[in-house]
Structures are given as structure tokens and as C-alpha cells.
Design a protein around this ligand. Structure first.
Ligand SMILES: [Zn+2]
Length: 372
């Protein structure tokens, strides 16, 4: 895009005419031009009408046919985890065991000793050596740092001694092997320890990476789904603080904790959340056969797991509505979605449908729905 610029005021105070594009807007479906004034869309219209603005603006941008849309919203984000994946070590391209160790060594080099190294994507079945790195080899490559390396399927992981040292009792847990990938309880414990031990600076770097990546994709607003079972308060409040003080996507926080009364609602607001919502689990996931179904799984003789029933859902929705908070739930299976619908219907019976509607409660995922 070409620009003609009259240098003066700061960018956020400039008036800009964008023209010669395809401006997507319900106000004028054939618009090709728009005027942005102090960061707000002031006018949208056609090329002919744009001439009238050309001399009065600070800047004219020729869009050269580009499409202009409103910024996107990503409505379900785990920002820190996304950033850690973006900034972590990707071993999926390693063709041999020694190449993988070389990548670990290069990744670790020069990093503070207290950093927790996170990586992903290794698969020893593809390596000519046909084995995973030993703990001693990993300890050496990571320079004594804590390192967590889940296998490509993320159901097992190899780790360094420094990370094991962060988990008291790990050697007695199921899934612990002195020199094989950790599975089961031992794996979950080291994963939690790795994430829990992240220094604040490393976590902030991950959050910045995730938000910058979102901005690069045209995402102007991110809904962070935090909660006591999936992140922690420090992670949540630090993200909201970081996003508030830098340019980039706006972050709206949803905190997944049940609300019973005004006191609970106040605590949610004190965290900076706009809703007691997001991943408030009504059920689990299809992949692990824990999504809650009306009929048994075809490949497993049970119907999954229910964490919340309609009565608790109704209590949460009622309390949130009365407190002016958005309520929301993670519900994947059809029985979980039915429980949410029944709970909301019961809350509407108490408070009236209009109040429930006005609070704009939400459901995350909703992957299976009954016809009803
Ligand atoms: Zn989620």
C-alpha cells in the first residue's frame, strides 16, 4: 500500500483516509473507502464521496484493492499456554537423536539458569538411533536447567533431573520410570511443576508472544479463559495488567469459578474478569471419553463425566445474572449441553427470560446438540 503523509501528530490522533479498497461493512456493502479519526471509524463510503475528505486528512492510504474488515475476536484463548507453544522448542523437525540434543543445547544456551525450558514434538520412532535421549544426555544438553519435553502425542514426556527435583515424591508416583518417558500421574505432576515454576519474566514473554501473534493475524480482541483448574490467579491478573499497558489486542478475562452470591461475584470482579465463565467444566472432552453424553460411547460402555448438574448451573446463572456478570460453561457432549439449557431455563423461571437474555451468558464448545 502506498501512502502520502504529512508528518505531525501522534498516530492515534491522526485522521486517515483509506481508499481504493474493499471495505467490509454492514453500513455500506459496496464501500471502498473509510476515514479513521482518532482511532475510530468516522465514515465509510464510496470512492467518489472520498474525494471530499482527501484534502482535510493527515494521511491518505491507497489500499490498492485490499480487503478491510473489522478486527477479529478470538473468543477462547489460553494466552500463556499459546505463547509457551510459540516460544518453546519445536523438535518435530529433528531427524536424529543427536540432532534433537543439538537443538536442546542451542535453545538452552545463554538463557537464565532459572528459566524452565519447554519443548514439544519429538518422536524417537523416526530417529535412526531408535531411542529417546537418556536423562544424563538431557541434563547435559540443558545445562542443568529444568526441561519438559512431551512426546509428539503429549501423553508422555522426558525431563531433566532439575525438573524432577521440583516434584517431591515423583519417584513413587505411577508412571515414573528412572530412564523411560514419564506417563500417568508422574507425567501430570512434572508438567504442573514445569508450568508452575515459570519465572514471571518468562511468563510475560510468552504472553507478549501470544498477543503479538494474535495481532499479526488481525485479531483485535482476545477472550482469555482462565480459572483455578486451568491456570492461576497470578497468571490471569498479570496477563490483564500486561495487555492494558501495551498496544495490541484487547484482552477480556473470563474466570471459570462458580458464583453463589454477591461476595463471590465481587471476587470475580476484583480479579478483573468480566464473567464467571469460560472453561467452567460441565463435562470433559470427546478424545478422553469424558464428554457427557445421553447415550454410551460407541467404543466405551459409559456416558462420560458430569461435573455440574442443572441445579448447580441454575444457581450459577441466577447469581451471575443478579450480580450483572456474564456466566458461561464448557460443555461438549449433548447431555452436558442439555444440562446447561435446563439450568438456564430454571434460572429464567426465577428471574424472567429478559434478564437472562440481557446478561449474554455463553457456552464454550457445544460440540454435540440434541435436535431439541
Ligand atoms: Zn479452553
Amino acid at each position: 500500500m502506498s501512502q502520502s503523509t504529512a508528518p505531525q501528530s501522534a498516530p492515534e490522533h491522526r485522521t486517515v483516509l483509506l481508499r481504493g479498497g474493499d471495505v467490509h461493512s454492514p453500513a455500506d456493502p459496496f464501500a471502498t473507502a473509510m476515514v479513521v479519526e482518532r482511532g475510530h471509524v468516522a465514515w465509510v463510503g464510496s470512492e467518489g464521496a472520498a474525494d471530499a475528505f482527501a484534502s482535510g486528512v493527515d494521511e491518505v492510504v491507497d489500499l490498492e484493492g485490499a480487503l478491510v474488515t473489522p478486527a477479529f475476536t478470538d473468543a477462547h484463548v489460553h494466552t500463556t499456554a499459546t505463547g509457551l507453544a510459540l516460544t518453546g522448542l519445536d523438535l518435530s523437525g529433528a531427524r536424529t537423536l543427536s540432532e534433537a540434543l543439538g537443538l536442546v543445547r542451542a535453545f538452552a544456551k545463554g538463557r537464565p539458569a532459572g528459566d524452565v525450558l519447554l519443548g514439544h514434538g519429538w518422536d524417537s520412532a523416526r530417529w535412526p538411533e531408535r531411542r529417546h535421549p537418556s536423562r544424563a544426555e538431557l541434563d547435559g544438553a540443558a545445562g542443568g536447567r529444568a526441561l519438559y519435553l512431551p512426546r509428539i502425542d503429549v501423553h508422555s514426556a522426558i525431563v531433566t533431573t532439575a525438573l524432577l527435583d521440583l516434584v517431591p515424591g515423583v519417584t513413587a508416583m505411577t508412571g515414573y520410570h528412572p530412564d523411560a518417558p514419564l506417563t500417568g500421574d508422574a507425567h501430570h505432576a512434572v508438567r504442573a511443576a514445569a508450568h508452575g515454576a515459570l519465572p514471571a519474566a518468562q511468563r510475560a514473554a510468552a504472553q507478549r508472544a501470544a498477543l503479538d501473534h494474535a495481532a499479526s493475524l488481525g485479531i483485535g480482541s482476545v477472550h482469555e479463559c482462565g480459572g483455578p483448574e486451568i491456570s492461576d490467579e497470578e497468571d490471569f491478573t498479570s496477563l490483564l495488567a500486561l495487555a492494558a499497558e501495551r498496544p495490541g489486542p484487547r484482552v477480556l478475562g473470563l474466570w471459570a469459578e462458580e458464583v453463589a452470591d454477591e461476595k463471590d461475584a465481587r471476587r470475580i470482579r476484583e480479579l478483573g474478569a468480566i464473567g464467571a465463565a469460560g472453561d467452567l467444566f460441565v463435562d470433559g472432552s470427546l478424545g478422553s471419553h469424558t464428554a457427557c453424553l445421553h447415550r454410551p460411547y460407541a467404543d466405551d460402555p459409559h456416558t462420560g463425566t458430569a461435573h455440574l448438574d442443572a441445579a448447580r448451573i441454575a444457581a450459577h446463572v441466577t447469581a451471575c445474572t443478579e450480580a450483572g456478570l456474564q456466566a458461561g460453561f464448557h460443555a461438549i457432549g449433548d447431555a452436558a449441553v442439555t444440562a446447561v439449557v435446563d439450568g438456564i431455563r430454571a434460572a429464567a423461571g426465577t428471574l424472567g427470560l429478559d434478564r437472562i437474555r440481557a446478561a449474554r451468558h455463553r457456552v464454550e464448545h457445544a460440540e454435540m446438540l440434541t435436535p431439541e
